[in-house]
Write a new protein. Sequence first.
Length: 407
Amino acid sequence: MAYTPPQEILERYGEVMVNYGLGNGAGIKSGDVVGVVCAEDAKPLLLEVAKSVWRAGGHLIVDFHPADDADWNMQKAFYEIASDKQLEFYPDAHRRSYFATIDHYLVLLADRDPRSLADVDPDKRSRYARARGRDLTYRFEKVKAETLSWSGCLYGTEAIAAEAGMNLEEYWEQIIHACYLDDPDPVSRWRSTAAEIRQTVTWLNRLDIEWLHVEADGTDLWVTVGEQRRWAGGESVNVPSFEIATSPDWRGTEGHITFSEPLYRKGGVIRGIRLTFAGGEVVEASAEEGEAELKAMIATDPGAARIGEYSLTDARHSRITRFMASTLYDENRGGSAGNTHLALGNSYEQMYTGDVAGATPEQFAALGFNSSSTHVDIISTSDRTVTATVKDGSTKVIYAGGQFQNG
């Protein structure tokens, strides 16, 4: 019989996602509308999320996605049949209305087959993703106006556990430990961890960093942090989240970076990624596996070849100890060297130190915030040293040996 998490664990998971994952750590309020995107195999968790929403007096809108596998693959059938018009169709009025209605957006991930679309033309997938990118625009418009919170989490499946080299029970042990579901009060534990991470965030913001120099095996990268930027902890935006990130000025990215972890994206896998930047844009992109998919992704739109986020995770905070074959977990993995991830695509305008809601697209563009219909995190867990050049010209190692160097 396949492993199923204990009922108590599922109940705690639902409570964490609604009462910590949403509302920027504060949970939802009575009358709030929660939009939940749920993969079919995450149904057990969906029920507990729904109960937590209803107990809090909230309302639920569920977007349910049936699972694709070898015997039943609706997405693959679509790509085989779809015309150009169908690939580029976007139900604008419907999606605009959806995001106007909800106060919180929650994604319950569960992958029955991480390679279900591996043999589909990557250009078709890229064109479809570009059309659906307006979802990201509408979501971030509300986040910018502080009228929407969002989060996401993972429900472990046999296939993704096998991809990570574990059986399903071992995989769930990582989820349970990483999300504090083995604690009688996981919401309080998360809030305590978030407070610890904020101490490092405060230290970084006080440094007034101009440049970052990232050095590792196969990596020599310079990142311009940019004017009027702040660092922020991931906190409740995805569970688990132990990372600290900023959205740099994309125009000042130079050098190259090699990524140790595979990228699982839209039913395909890309391994051995190496990117070279010049003048802020990717000028060379290679991969040991899935290179056509990588290049199609970068060609999604002009912003897809530019940096939208740079992030570091301190190994002392993370409770994830193994490769999980999931971006959500692997970008937060601890281990001996922590990790870094770089996102190609849209910036987080919340990293602006000014009036986020009042700033115009032109103002953000002038500051080097990137705009794109996509946002793709690519991860490396190899040991690295990150040196900051601050505004007075002095330098300081801010990250080494998997840890931030703030004492």
